[in-house]
Design a protein around this ligand. Sequence first.
Ligand SMILES: [Zn+2]
Length: 366
Amino acid sequence: MTEVQKATFQTGGAFLRDTRAEVERLLSTPEARVRGARQLYLKAPISVGLIVASWAVLLFTHPDAVVVTLCLGGLLVGATLVAFCVQHDANHGAYFKSRRYNHLVGWTADALLGFSSYAWRVKHNVAHHTYTNVDGYDDDIEKTPFARFSPIQASRPWYRFQHLYVWPLYSLMGIRWQTLGDINSIRQGSIGQSTVRFPTGWTLAGLVGGKLFYIGWAIVLPLLLYPWWVVATVYVGLSMAGSVVMAITFQLAHCVEEASFASPADLVADGRVWAVHEVETTVDFCPRNKLLTWALGGLNYQIEHHLFPRVPHTLYPAIAPIVQRNCLRHGVRYTVQPSLRLALRSHFRHLRVLGRAGLRAELEMG
Ligand SMILES: [Zn+2]
C-alpha cells in the first residue's frame, strides 16, 4: 500500500453543537420517537415479504408471463428496500439500542443481498461516513483506473468518456461486492485506509453462513427447477438493475458539481471541521417527493443522514429544517436539488468535466 497522508478533522464546533441540541429536543418528544420507529419497523416485513413472496411464487407455482414479470419486479423492489430501508439503518445502529440486535437485522445484507454486512460496516460506516469525499480514504470515490470521481485524482485519457461508460460499470457493483469486494477487503485487511480485522466467532459464522444461505436460495434452489441459463439471466439481470439504482442513489448525494472534495492535506491545511465537511460534501435531492423518500430509505436526505446516521431514516424530513436553519446561521453551504432530473444532470456534468479536465489541449478540443 502506498503511503497516504493521515486525514484528520477538527471535531465539535458551534454548528454541530447547536444542530444537535435542537435535534435532540425533537427526538425527546415521544410522538417523534414512536412515529419514527413505527414507520421504520413497518418497512422490514414489507421489504423481506416482497422478496420471500416473489421467490416462492417463482419457484413453487407455474406462473404465467404476467406473474413472472410481477415477481421479478417484486424481487428487485424488495432487494432495493432491504438495502436502503433495513440493512442500512440497522448496520448504522439506528434500529435498536442493542448493537447485537442491530447486527442481526443488518445481517439481511448477507442473507438477502449477498454482501457482507461486516465489510459494509467498515466500507460504509467508517471509510465513507467519516471521510466523505476524501481522496484515498472514502472507498466510494475510489474507482481509478476506471473512472475519476474526485478532482484530486489524476486524469487519464479514457476518463474523457467516463460520463458515457460509467453506467454499465455501476451495474457490476453488486456482483463485485458479493465476490471480489468482500474477499479482497478481508484478505487485504483494509478498505481505503480503514482497517478490516479478520472476522472471528459469530462474525465469521455470520459471514460464511450468510454467503451460503444467499447462494442457496438465489442460485442453488432455482437451479433445481429451472435451466441454468434462465437462472443466470435472472440473477445477473436483477443484480445489474439493483446495482444501478443503489450506485446512482449514493452518487447523486456526493458525486455532483455542488459537492466538495478534499485530499487529506486539504483537511489539515483548512483546519476543516468534520460536521461542516459532511454537509458540504453532500447534497439532498427531491426532498418533497414522499414516495421517493420512502423507497430510498431517506437517502435523498443524505445531509441529515451523515450528521445523524444513528437516527431512524423516517425522521430525516423532520430533522431537515433544523439542519437547514443552522447551516444558514453558521454559514455552512447546504445544497438541495429540487428534482431527480437536475440531480442526474449534475452527476453527469461532474463526470464529464472531471473526465476532460487535465487532458492535453488537442484531446480536450476533440
Ligand atoms: Zn449511511
